[in-house]
Design a protein around this ligand. Sequence first.
Ligand code: ZN
Length: 431
Amino acid sequence: MRKRVTSSLGRVHLARPREATAGASLPAASLAAHILLGRSSCRSVATATGSAEAAGSGNHGKMNLSGAPFPRDPARKDYMQRYRQDLARLSARLLEEAGAAAGARWVDSHCHLESILCRTWGGGGTAAVRESEQLLTLQDLVSLWPAGMEFCICNAVFRKPYKLPLRQGRAEAARSGGAASCLSEWGWLRANLNHFHEGSRLASRLKFTVGIHPHEAVHPQGWDEEAALFVRELAAHPLCVGIGECGMDLLRHKPRLADRQLDAFRAQLRLAVELGKPVVVHSRSAARPDGAAPAYATASGADPVEAACMSALTEELPRSHAVHMHCYSGSLEHAQRLCDHFPRLRLGFTGALTFGGKRGAQLAALVTSLPLERLLLETDGPYMCPAPFRGQTAHPGHVHLVAEQIADIKGETLSKVLAATRESTRAVYGI
Ligand SMILES: [Zn+2]
């Protein structure tokens, strides 16, 4: 997982937004400016092409990938070929099912574009990701998505910059002629806001949410006045569709830090109510993934994270508020209580649903029991890439595989699953 560092670059989010223009070159004057911008924006500036137009042209159903990058390296070429074959298979499935693939529309309701593009997630420790996958610009990435995948919702929730893995850092330093970059999701969003502006070729396929992740909320500088100001400012952007992901996650943190997470969570819930924005909730049970009992528990025996999450949501939000329970992996009872209380609450499922084993079976049981109308599709890319691409960098072009798994679990047509989850995106986000 990501290694974050504290440094003066923690102020990265305060940098002025930069309006990148195609063909402009990176100012050589300031290494700091390079760091603040993040190297993905530098790559975007350098290689902006019209390749995204093919994907965004409304040519739905044909899955035109003519503008997609096609590398010469054999491993990368093979990866791209398999990706293209998968989209062709999807197109055929939709045609066979509905008689017209052109009608199908879907959305990736949760991903992290900065981590996808910069490979800062490190491939989950899998060198093959960095060696076999091509680094892409945002334009290139969007051009890879099938046209039916209307847009993604990108979450910007990490304020701190983090170190690139040593080897990647050296390569980047050699490439850029400077020190290796430190990036943050907030810094990336700032640097790439030009792509989210009306009139940008990519704007129709990009939305974002902003907040502080519970992993970062455990730090004293995770959620403070500056953070609240940043979130308020970005929330005013026309393509900001929600606050978060925020919530609780005690799998990797000491129980005494739970209060910090809870304070940041509640503060963001109140902000969402004030701003009239949906909330994206990240809630991970304190139960250990191997099924062993949690290290600590409530007096009643209820899962402490589920209990705290339920209290925070019901106490801070009106019942009519829109809620996205992202990458849901809690208990069925908790999901049902949440659904009963909040009519505009939906539960997101990721590629983990395709993983099989105990985890896959648990998620499949949830999907079986929950109404289709309550589900959202998400990749949480770059994490949890669905089968048959497990282990690779997940991105919105993979999210149909989650829908196909839901269709298979529920015995429904893929078209029905895509339509229902698309409607759920409207119910939560109004888009
Ligand atoms: Zn996420």
